[in-house]
Design a protein around this ligand. Structure first.
Ligand SMILES: Cc1ncc(COP(=O)(O)OP(=O)(O)O)c(N)n1
Ligand SMILES: Cc1ncsc1CCOP(=O)(O)O
Ligand SMILES: [Mg+2]
Length: 211
């Protein structure tokens, strides 16, 4: 069983000088359910080295560990799964390579994409960007924010679990969950927080509030 409530996507370059290992340790203290190794600006070798630490930490804590984009890295790190976007290998290929037990996530922003990803065998979806975000280079504009009405439409259309992502804070998280998301995925609400453990706890409370 995966705890979708609070899903941390790592990015050291957005972590106010702290290492991703420190942020993840704090998020685990705060009760994070899923950790995704992202670190877009790192080499495969650097992600692998960091991933070894995160795999150990998450395994000890019973937290789900997912690798962004790279199926090979997910395999090398014995991760619980992989998160795939439009530029990554298709879900059925990932399933073939990782097997039935792997957790395969897919990014979507429309009802049609969500239905297609679910039909292709995705175990969960990352739906967004829900709100404007400066954390992803290719979607830093207000016009790409899908809003909570789209979240609600996707909740109506598919049965697979999904997390909202993009510009989510403890303040707006209840709205995202109320619209039908199973949890919230964040980078900066945790990585930029003065106290990442407290920020994780606050997101937990916000998710509960939205239910
Ligand atoms: C949980 C979750 N949802 C969406 C994304 C975005 O994935 P993608 O569109 O492939 O973009 P990158 O993160 O790879 O830049 C995600 N990473 N996690
Ligand atoms: C990786 C990603 N995918 C869609 S929005 C986003 C960035 C989320 O970052 P933040 O939580 O800081 O808005
Ligand atoms: Mg990707």
């Amino acid at each position: 069983m995966v705890d979708w409530d609070v899903y941390l996507v790592t990015q050291a370059s957005l972590s106010a000088g702290r290492t991703t290992d420190e942020i993840v340790a704090d998020a685990i203290d705060g009760g994070v359910g899923v950790v995704q190794l992202r670190e877009k600006d790192r080499t495969a070798r650097e992600r692998y080295e960091l991933g070894l630490e995160l795999r150990e930490r998450t395994r000890e804590a019973g937290v789900t560990f997912v690798v962004n984009d790279r199926i090979d890295l997910a395999q090398a790190l014995d991760a619980d799964g992989v998160h795939l976007g439009d530029d990554d290998l298709p879900v059925p290929v990932a399933r073939e390579l990782l097997g039935d037990d792997a957790l395969i996530g897919r990014s979507v922003s429309t009802v049609e994409d969500a239905q297609e990803a679910a039909s292709a065998g995705a175990d969960y979806l990352g739906v967004g960007a829900v709100f404007a975000t400066g954390s992803k280079d290719d979607i830093d504009d207000e016009e790409y924010a899908i809003g909570t009405d789209r979240v609600a439409a996707i909740a109506e259309a598919v049965d697979v679990p999904f997390v909202g992502i993009g510009g989510i804070t403890a303040e707006n998280a209840p709205e995202v969950v109320d619209a039908g998301a199973d949890g919230v995925a964040v980078i900066t609400e945790i990585t930029r927080a003065d106290d990442p453990a407290a920020a994780t706890e606050a997101l937990h409370s916000a998710v509960e509030q939205g239910r």
